[in-house]
Write a protein that binds this ligand. Sequence first.
Ligand code: GDP
Ligand code: MG
Length: 210
Amino acid sequence: MVNIGLLGDISVGKTSILRLFVRYLKVGDIEKVKGGQKCTVIKADFSGEATVPGGDKEDKLNQKETKTIHPNRIVFREDKSGKAHTIFAPGGDRKRSVIRMGIITISRIATQIIAIFSCDRDVKTQFEFFNDVRFFPDKINLCINKVDLLKGDKKNKLEKLETEIIDFFKTRKIQIVETFITCGESVEGFEDVQIYNDRVVEMILRIITQ
Ligand SMILES: Nc1nc2c(ncn2[C@@H]2O[C@H](COP(=O)(O)OP(=O)(O)O)[C@@H](O)[C@H]2O)c(=O)[nH]1
Ligand SMILES: [Mg+2]
């Protein structure tokens, strides 16, 4: 059994990635992706998501309608092997102590961590989130999300961003095992949306079978 923790700053797409994965399992698309196999959702708990009442300043800035207070969680089973796995996605707002507790708990119980970054925002402020996470394994996976929002020379920009993130973790003696470039939403008008939505699912399947 693998416990996957999705960690990253507020609004990088953790909850969206979890929802997208559930959708693939429910409609059967999971079998069509690279390395795909039939899996069944045992439990999908999004009760940690709270609608932002009026929204504080920062939530409005991030155009968020809901905010993760307690960790969201899904449990699913690989049909063939019968193995069950859990994915946890805590909130990203570590200034709130209840959310911070969730982040610390998940970083302790996760056997696999996916560090999620969004490529539409400055990477340095996203590093701040990880400075607080104390219980890190020495090997983690990297997910660069919101690839649809990257403009111009995508390939070059992604390479630069990846290098910067790898270096950041290296100074903390943490190695990035694999990098996944993803899109966690069904973004209209993005021609490669299917490819990068699929990547989310391929990423999780790879990590549970590694
Ligand atoms: N354009 C784009 N938007 C995304 C993507 N993934 C998530 N979002 C949006 O980013 C916002 C924050 O996502 P959310 O999953 O709540 O982030 P979390 O705070 O990390 O859980 C939401 O409005 C999502 O619809 C993506 O790949 N592309
Ligand atoms: Mg969230």
